[in-house]
Design a protein around this ligand. Structure first.
Ligand code: MN
Length: 340
C-alpha cells in the first residue's frame, strides 16, 4: 500500500514519470501520462523502492517535479521550502495526515517555487478528493500546468485560472473511464514574484490570509446549503438528514467540485477567484482541507501559526490541533510565511 513511482515504458525521451496510487487490499492501479495521453496502467511487478518524484505537469517545456514523501505508507508526511529570490522572504511548510479511514489518503497538495519567463512563481494547492484518490492525484499533476500554459496567464491571471479550471474539469470528465466517478475540491494559490497572490477554489478547501493584523478568508466555501438555488435550477436537490451535513442529491457534501461525473449536471465547477497584494505587513497564508476547518476557525489557525517561526512546524501544529479535536477526515495544510 502506498504511493509509489514507476517509470513509464511508453514515454518518449526524456522519460516521463507518473505517480501510481495503489488501493489498499485491492488491485493496484496507476495512471500514466504517455505522450500527453492519460492512461490507466496495471501495476507491474517491478517497483521503485524509494519515494520518488512525480510529474506535476509540463509548462514551457519544463517538467515540474516535486519530491513527495510516504504520504500513504506512513500515516503522515511533512516538508518545507523557501523562495530563492524576492524582496520579501517567503518560506513554506506543509503537513498531511491520513484520516481514520481504511483507504489511502485522499488529500493531495502542491507546494513549490519555480521560475518562468524571468519571474518567480510560488505554487500552492490543497486537493481534497472523494470516492478515491485519482481525481486529486490528477489535479496535483495537471492543474497548475494547465493554468500556466494559458496564453492570458501573464496579462489576465483570473481568466487563465478560470479557463484552466474549466478545461481541467472537462479533461477529468472525459477520462472518467480511467479516473473513476470520484471528485475533488481544489484551493490554489499562485504567488507572482512575491508581489501578487491569486487564490481560487472550488469546494470547501479554504485559503486564509493574515495581513495588516486582519484575518481574511480568501475563498468561498461551496456548500450545498449555500447553493441550494442553483443546484435545484439544475435539476438536483439538497438533502438535509438529521445528524448529517446537507448533501447534493443525498450524496456530495460540497456544491462545487472537479469530477463527480454522475452529479455533474447539478454541480457548478466555476472557481471563486481573488487577488491580493503582498505588502510588508503580510504575515501568513494558510491553505487547508476541511479536516482542519471543520475543527479550527480561521482566527484560531492564524493565532496558532503566527506563534511558530518555522512554517513546517506551524503546519504540523495545525494538523495536530485538528487531530486533538477529533478530526477523523484526512487533514492537510500548507503554511506560507512572509517576512520583509
Ligand atoms: Mn476532507
Amino acid at each position: 500500500m502506498g504511493v509509489q513511482t514507476r517509470k513509464s515504458t511508453a514515454g518518449r525521451s526524456p522519460p516521463l514519470w507518473a505517480g501510481l496510487a495503489c488501493a489498499a487490499g485491492g488491485d493496484p492501479v496507476g495512471y500514466c501520462v504517455c505522450n500527453g495521453v492519460l492512461g490507466r496502467r496495471p501495476w507491474a511487478s517491478e517497483r521503485i523502492g524509494t519515494p520518488g518524484r512525480r510529474v506535476l505537469g509540463e509548462a514551457e517545456g519544463v517538467f515540474m517535479l516535486e519530491n513527495f514523501g510516504l504520504a500513504t505508507q506512513s500515516s503522515s508526511t511533512a516538508g518545507k521550502g523557501k523562495s530563492s529570490q524576492s524582496s520579501i522572504k517567503v518560506t513554506y511548510g506543509y503537513s498531511l495526515v491520513k484520516g481514520r479511514t481504511n483507504h489511502p489518503i485522499e488529500d493531495y497538495h502542491v507546494s513549490k517555487f519555480m521560475r518562468m519567463k524571468g519571474k518567480e512563481l510560488g505554487l500552492f494547492a490543497i486537493f481534497d478528493g472523494h470516492l478515491g484518490d485519482s481525481v486529486p492525484a490528477y489535479l496535483q499533476k495537471h492543474l497548475f500546468a494547465n493554468i500556466l500554459k494559458e496564453q492570458e496567464f501573464w496579462s489576465h491571471p483570473d481568466r487563465a485560472i478560470s479557463k484552466a479550471y474549466d478545461k481541467t474539469d472537462k479533461a477529468i470528465l472525459s477520462h472518467s473511464s480511467d479516473l473513476g466517478r470520484g471528485g475533488s475540491t481544489a484551493v490554489t494559490a499562485i504567488l507572482i514574484n512575491g508581489q501578487k497572490l491569486w487564490i481560487a477554489n472550488v469546494g470547501d478547501s479554504r485559503g486564509v490570509l493574515a495581513k495588516g493584523g486582519q484575518v481574511m478568508q480568501m475563498t468561498v466555501d461551496h456548500e450545498p446549503s449555500a447553493e441550494r438555488g442553483s443546484i435545484e435550477n439544475r435539476g438536483g436537490f439538497v438533502s438535509n438528514m438529521p445528524g448529517d451535513v446537507p448533501r447534493v442529491n443525498g450524496q456530495l457534501a460540497v456544491s462545487r467540485a472537479f469530477g463527480d461525473k454522475s452529479l455533474k449536471s447539478h454541480l457548478c465547477s466555476d472557481p471563486d477567484i481573488r487577488v491580493e497584494d503582498i505588502t510588508p505587513d503580510t504575515e501568513l497564508l494558510i491553505l487547508a482541507s476541511d479536516g482542519i476547518w471543520k475543527f479550527v476557525s480561521n482566527e484560531e489557525a492564524v493565532e496558532i501559526a503566527r506563534k511558530i517561526k518555522d512554517p513546517q512546524a506551524a503546519a504540523k501544529r495545525l494538523t495536530a490541533e485538528a487531530l486533538e479535536r477529533e478530526s477523523k477526515d484526512d487533514i492537510s495544510c500548507i503554511v506560507v510565511r512572509f517576512k520583509p
